[in-house]
Structure formats: structure tokens, C-alpha cells
Design a protein around this ligand. Structure first.
Ligand code: G6P
Length: 487
């Protein structure tokens, strides 16, 4: 890939063998592919932004990827899949319930997203989190060569950096946090707030999406542990009475922009975009929402604003349609079940009130699609609506921008996403302000072509310049600097 990737990357994994000792190891809760029950398609691409971003980094670094294959009680040896070396970690049905659905997605996820939903605190969930984090740390330790670099990802594995350092002091350890890190006043609710901070501080470099997240983390460290933090350098006492430095900084994540551009230029993808427009009746404007079905994404707020525009007569189903792709997510967690019911009730109501024979207000798709299809949808959509109430980054916004090789389209973007820090030429909204969201949708639909072009050009430049390769180069180069400080 890009010359500036600095770690030495000689994986010694042999194809289809279990002997693994890599110089570069990535650890995340999920592997990039999920095991399915479908014999024809036993592996399917995993959901979410983490996999989208880390996948190209792995491909260019030829390391080993340690993670869960997405199903309970699946025990597998390391294997190669689609050019990637995968090291599966087994989770039992209990682990899935207590560590994944419980502590990760019903405690940490809502707490770190500014308590949009109420976090639940259970000591049994915490115990499972400690146990599973230990299992991931042990797996990473087994597959890391002497002096290797290990890059741990996301909120499910916050204890792994410390556990791994204890097991293997020879390693250089990075951690990247893909979701927001909350303000201290909220973080302080967590009964295990000290342990989690200590877990993260096991890393040499701790990366966040936004400067604000890194600041919130440093403040929590000062308040809870009393360590000195200066300009992103945290002084961490070591067991031998010394002090080492952990770096905590912002590294905004991105996408492989060139890959989206290439797809958007492909004749079959362009033809598919045309086909989508035709099948929707060639309306004046196609609005698009693409989200995991998650309460952080502000889908309800978006639907409310759109429904009101139709009810007010500012929009008509003859001219406009909203395509909402909501990919299934965490379907056994209660809050997600309730959200799905609520969204589907709202969609049904709006369609019931606004539809006319042959004209529909919302085309709702509870499904996920291959990348080609998504790029065709992006090309077909006149307006992309990203109205998250809180989002670490939101890569869908960047995917939309990268796909608009034709320079067309308009992006409505919530100011509560990490992407808003970078994509300043988008139409910014506060999703809680329904009147503001309505006006932003109208502004996007009515925007003169010249202004659309100008904004999209600036957005595209930004996404192209700060792509995922830049992100990993910046992170790994700081990690490499930390490695040099190792004795
Ligand atoms: C977000 C998180 C990832 C997670 C993804 C999908 O992007 O940051 O860590 O993998 O959502 O969620 P899931 O629970 O299905 O892994």
C-alpha cells in the first residue's frame, strides 16, 4: 500500500495451519466475516464501520486478525479467507449474552453514546467482560511474534491492552476506539470506571475519533487516577516504580475512497443506479438513509421531519421518495427490538397517510446489501440523510461523498457525528431540532446545481485526501515511535 506504513510486517502464518506468529496482529470483537448457517454462503461480510475501515489496512499489512466469527459455540482453528489470516476466538452462548449483548451493547454502547438509551449495569455482565477480554488477550499473545505490534480495536475489548501487556511486555500495543468517549459526568456512572481506564492505559497509543473524545478520556484519567496528562501524553506509573508514556490522540477514521470511486465508475454499477431511479418512478428527488438499525442513528427524527414535510404539503409523494436501508443489528437486545417496532410503526403510519396508488413516501428495507449495490444507491440518491444523535465517525457519509464521482448529490449531516468535524461543506443539522431538519431537507432538495457542485467538490477532496490509508499511517507511525522507546 502506502510507503509510510512503518511496522515490519512479516506474517509467518502458513496457509491453513495453526502455527501462527505474526509481527502484526489486529484484535477486534468481530472477524471481518461472520459464520452463517447457509451452506451456499457459509461466511458473510460482518456489519459496521470497524470492519470497513480495518479490512484494507489488514490487506496491505499481511498480519493476523484475531476475532469472534459471529456465532456462539463455534470453535475453529486459524484459517485463511479471501487473502486474510483469521484467528477465531470462541464465544459460548452465555458469553454472547453477557459479554456481547449485555456489557458491550447494553452497558458501554448506550453510556458512551451520551445515554441516548439507558445503560444497564450488571455485575455478572462485567465478570463476563473480564473473562472474555482475558480470552482475547491470551489469543493475541499466542499469535504475536517476539516484539510484534498488536492493534486492539473498540469498546468490546477495553481491558485487552493491559491484560496483554502483563502477558507480553515485549509487545508494542495500540488501541483504537471507534465510538465516542463520553464526557466525565456521564463516564463517572460506570461502576468499573477505574478498571476500564487502567485497561486502556495498557496501550502505548490510544486513538480516538475526535479531539473531543481524546480530551474526555484525558479528563477521566486525571479525575479517576490522578495521572498527569499533557498534550496527549499521559504519564502512567509502571509496576517497577518507573513511569512510561501513553499517547492519547485523535485519529479520525476513514474509508478506502479510491475503491468507492472505482465502483462508482463501473458501467454495471452506473446502469444499476439508473435502474434504481427508474424503478422508483424517476421522482424529482430521491432521499436516502443508510444505517444499522440503531437508536444512535436518529432514524426516528429523520422520519418525523420527512413525514411532517409531506403532511405540511411542502413535499409530495409525486415528486419525492425516501429510501431507508436499515440493516439488522443486535436483534436480541431489548432496546433494539423496541426500536425496530417503533421505526416500522412510524414507516407504516407515514406511508398509510401519504401514499397514493402507485406513489410511496418511504421504501423501507430491513436488509444489508453488497457494496456494489450500495454504491449504485448512493449514485441514485439526490440527498443523503445522516441524522445520528451521536456517532463516533459515520463512514456512510464518507462513502456517499466518495461515490459521487459525478459531482452530484447533497449531504445532510448531523453535527453530532465525528464526520461533521471534517465534512464542513455538508448541510449541518441538529437532529433534535425537527424544524431545522425539515429546513435542511428542503435546502438540499432546492439547492442550485452550482452550489451542490461546489460543496461536493470540497467534500470529495477532503475524503480523498484523508482516506483510510492516511488514518492507519498516522496511527501506526505514532505506534512505531512508541516502539522505539521500548528498552
Ligand atoms: C460499530 C462498532 C463496531 C461494531 C459494529 C457492528 O461500528 O464500532 O465495533 O462491530 O458497530 O456492530 P456489531 O455489534 O454487529 O458488531
Amino acid at each position: 500500500m502506502h510507503a509510510a506504513v512503518v511496522v515490519s510486517l512479516n506474517s509467518s502464518i502458513e496457509r491453513n495451519t495453526v502455527t501462527v506468529a505474526s509481527d502484526f496482529v489486529v484484535v477486534s470483537n468481530r472477524l471481518p466475516v461472520d459464520r452463517t448457517d447457509d451452506e451456499n454462503e457459509p461466511w458473510r461480510r460482518s456489519p459496521g464501520g470497524l470492519v470497513t475501515a480495518v479490512d484494507p489496512v489488514m490487506r496491505s499489512n499481511n498480519g493476523a486478525w484475531v476475532g469472534w466469527p459471529g456465532q456462539a459455540d463455534v470453535e475453529l482453528d486459524p484459517f485463511e479467507f479471501d487473502g486474510l489470516q483469521l484467528v477465531p476466538v470462541m464465544l459460548t452462548a452465555d458469553d454472547v449474552q453477557l459479554y456481547y449483548e449485555g456489557f458491550s451493547n447494553d452497558t458501554i454502547w448506550p453510556l458512551y453514546h451520551d445515554v441516548i438509551a439507558t445503560p444497564t449495569y450488571h455485575r455478572t455482565w462485567w465478570d463476563a467482560y473480564v473473562k472474555v477480554n482475558t480470552r482475547f488477550a491470551e489469543a493475541a499473545s499466542r499469535h504475536a511474534a517476539e516484539g510484534a505490534t498488536v492493534w486492539v480495536h473498540d469498546y468490546q475489548l477495553q481491558l485487552v491492552p493491559k491484560l496483554l501487556r502483563e502477558l507480553r511486555p515485549d509487545l508494542t500495543i495500540g488501541y483504537f476506539h471507534h465510538i465516542p468517549f463520553p464526557a466525565y459526568g456521564l463516564y463517572a456512572q460506570l461502576p468499573w470506571r477505574r478498571q476500564v481506564l487502567e485497561g486502556l492505559l495498557g496501550a502505548d497509543v490510544i486513538g480516538f475519533q475526535r479531539v473531543a473524545d481524546a480530551g474526555n478520556f484525558a479528563r477521566a484519567v486525571r479525575r479517576q487516577l490522578g495521572f498527569d496528562t499533557k498534550a496527549g501524553a499521559i504519564s502512567v506509573p509502571t509496576p517497577d516504580g518507573g513511569v512510561r508514556t501513553a499517547v492519547a490522540r485523535a485519529y479520525p477514521i476513514s474509508i478506502d475512497a479510491a475503491e468507492y470511486e472505482d465502483l462508482a465508475k463501473r458501467p454495471d454499477v452506473r446502469a444499476r443506479a439508473e435502474e434504481i431511479r427508474t424503478s422508483l418512478g424517476n421522482p424529482k428527488a430521491i432521499l436516502l438513509g443508510v444505517d444499522r438499525l440503531d437508536y444512535t442513528k436518529g432514524i426516528r427524527h429523520r422520519l418525523k421531519a420527512y413525514g411532517e414535510l409531506l403532511a405540511d404539503g411542502r413535499l409530495s409523494v409525486h415528486d419525492v421518495i425516501l429510501v431507508q436501508v436499515a440493516s439488522p443489528s443486535r436483534e436480541r437486545v431489548q432496546t433494539y427490538m423496541e426500536l425496530r417496532d417503533e421505526i416500522e410503526l412510524t414507516v407504516g403510519r407515514i406511508n398509510g397517510d401519504a401514499d397514493e396508488l402507485g406513489y410511496s413516501a418511504i421504501q423501507y428495507l430491513h436488509n444489508s446489501y453488497p457494496r456494489e449495490e450500495m454504491v449504485a444507491l448512493f449514485l441514485a440518491a439526490d440527498v443523503m440523510l445522516v441524522t445520528a444523535l451521536r456517532d463516533g465517525m459515520n463512514l456512510v457519509a464518507k462513502e456517499y461523498v466518495a461515490s459521487r464521482v459525478d459531482g452530484g448529490g447533497a449531504l445532510v449531516l448531523s453535527e453530532f457525528t465525528g464526520a461533521a468535524d471534517e465534512l464542513t461543506q455538508a448541510i449541518k443539522v441538529n437532529p433534535h431540532d425537527i424544524t431545522g431538519v425539515k429546513d435542511a431537507i428542503m435546502q438540499a432538495i432546492d439547492m442550485p446545481q452550482k452550489e451542490k457542485d461546489r460543496r461536493m467538490r470540497a467534500l470529495r477532496r477532503r475524503v480523498r485526501e484523508n482516506d483510510v490509508a492516511k488514518w492507519s499511517e498516522r496511527f501506526l507511525s505514532d505506534l512505531n515511535a512508541a516502539r522505539k522507546e521500548h528498552p
